[in-house]
Design a protein around this ligand. Structure first.
Ligand SMILES: NC(=O)c1ccc[n+]([C@@H]2O[C@H](COP(=O)([O-])OP(=O)(O)OC[C@H]3O[C@@H](n4cnc5c(N)ncnc54)[C@H](OP(=O)(O)O)[C@@H]3O)[C@@H](O)[C@H]2O)c1
Length: 382
């Protein structure tokens, strides 16, 4: 669409706090009418009033996104009031911190029902409207954990990986239908300063903290607004997410171990116990209705971000050195540790001197490494 935002209609789920709340306000500031949805009616009314104060139309529709009929009704009320829907932001989600085997199954299921099925219901409700209109932008707020992973959050990670795949598949169907003006965008924020961590279910016995570096909530809202004007397939918000995914791509085994240690150390308090709670999974909590979560952003985050950067760069540097000094060993284990190969690997250049793919010796195996760097002459000759 590349939406003209003034006068457009934007639906935002999960708008009673955090990213959704800030996103609704950001769209209203650009002149878009907003329809805000979540379970908590009072904060929704506040957001709607705030948006109306910016001179646009606003409608609050209390909605539980795990209820497909309620999500259909949300879409119906939005079109009844404003005549069309130009942008739909699937954003409502919940978190669950627990070791996999200790997570209550009902809580686990609820995370998937909210974070994945909530988005599925949203997409099912709005795509037919986009098709009738011939245009529209669906924004799915996933997470950097949709590309990476962490311990204690397997349900959340599974839901966010699923959203990533859902977005890809929807784009492919739209491409086959030549629906050029209907877009599906996936947003992958790093850690964002919102009330999310206070809302989450927690069975770890340790208090949950926002894992640094923490980025301001406005960053995500601004990115989502820009996507409505210039849709993109997938975007990160926050460099730590970009770097982490690079690390997972270059050295997955090492990255998994490092991320596990990082989450264990920085996401869960070392010295602060916490009682078991299902948080806002089944019913909303009265606390945490603001956009920001009161987590410290900036300041100390820089050295940590640099640490993440170094960790991400390390495997690339190792591989570069290998390329310069001779043939790169294949990595049959795929665990991020280059092992000596029994036979020399084949090094292919695509295109000349731009990139190198190391092809494993066994036919049928996927290439293990893709190096986006210029190989040395010596490596290219082998
Ligand atoms: N904060 C981060 O670090 C971070 C990082 C990456 C991705 N994200 C993603 O960003 C999105 C927004 O999260 P946030 O950080 O802004 O957290 P948040 O403040 O807790 O916002 C979550 C929103 O979802 C709503 N919600 C939860 N369950 C719902 C249900 N069953 N039906 C309808 N609404 C429901 C909540 O409102 P009610 O309780 O009133 O229903 C709330 O408005 C989520 O998709 C999250 O996964 C966050």
């Amino acid at each position: 669409m590349a939406a003209k935002l003034r006068g457009a209609t934007v639906v935002v789920t999960g708008a009673s706090s955090g990213i959704g709340r800030e996103t609704a306000r950001a769209f209203a500031a650009k002149g878009a009418n907003v329809v805000v949805a979540a379970r908590r009616a009072e904060p929704l009314r506040e957001v709607a009033a705030e948006c109306e104060g910016l001179g646009v139309g606003a409608l609050a529709v209390p909605t539980d996104v795990t209820d497909a009929a309620a999500v259909e009704e949300l879409a119906r009320r939005a079109t009844a009031r404003f005549g069309r829907i130009d942008v739909w932001v699937n954003n409502a989600a919940v978190g669950l911190f627990a070791r996999f085997e200790e997570a209550p199954l009902d809580d686990y299921r609820r995370v998937i029902e909210t974070n994945l099925f909530g988005y599925v219901y949203g997409a099912r409700a709005v795509l037919p409207i986009f098709r009738r209109q011939g245009s529209g932008v669906l924004v799915n707020v996933a997470s950097m954990l949709g590309r990476t992973s962490g311990p204690y959050v397997s349900a959340y990670v599974a839901s966010k990986h699923a959203i990533q795949g859902l977005g890809m598949s929807l784009r492919q169907e739209l491409a086959l239908d030549k629906a050029k003006d209907i877009h599906v965008c996936t947003v992958m924020p790093a850690t964002i300063d919102t009330p999310f961590f206070g809302h989450a279910a927690n069975y770890t016995g340790r208090a949950v903290k926002a894992m640094p570096p923490v980025y301001p909530v406005e960053r995500v809202a601004e990115r989502i607004v820009r996507l409505a004007k210039r849709p993109r397939r997938e975007v990160f918000v926050g460099n730590s997410g970009r770097l982490l995914q690079l690390q997972f791509f270059l050295a997955p085994g090492l990255a998994e171990k490092q991320a596990a240690a990082m989450v264990d150390k920085l996401h869960l308090a070392q010295d602060q116990a916490a009682p078991a709670t299902s948080g806002n999974l089944f019913a909303p909590t009265p606390e945490g209705t603001t956009a920001g979560g009161g987590w410290k952003s900036g300041g100390s985050s820089l050295p940590r971000a640099a640490g993440v950067g170094l960790a991400a760069a390390l495997p690339a540097v190792l591989l570069w050195r290998r390329l310069r000094t001779g043939p790169v060993a294949s990595n049959p284990g795929g665990n991020g540790t280059a092992k000596a190969a029994t036979k020399p690997s084949v090094t292919t250049r695509i295109p000349a001197r731009r990139a190198a793919v190391v092809v494993p010796e066994r036919p049928g195996r996927r290439p293990q490494w893709l190096v986006l760097a210029r190989p040395s002459r010596r490596a290219a000759k082998t």
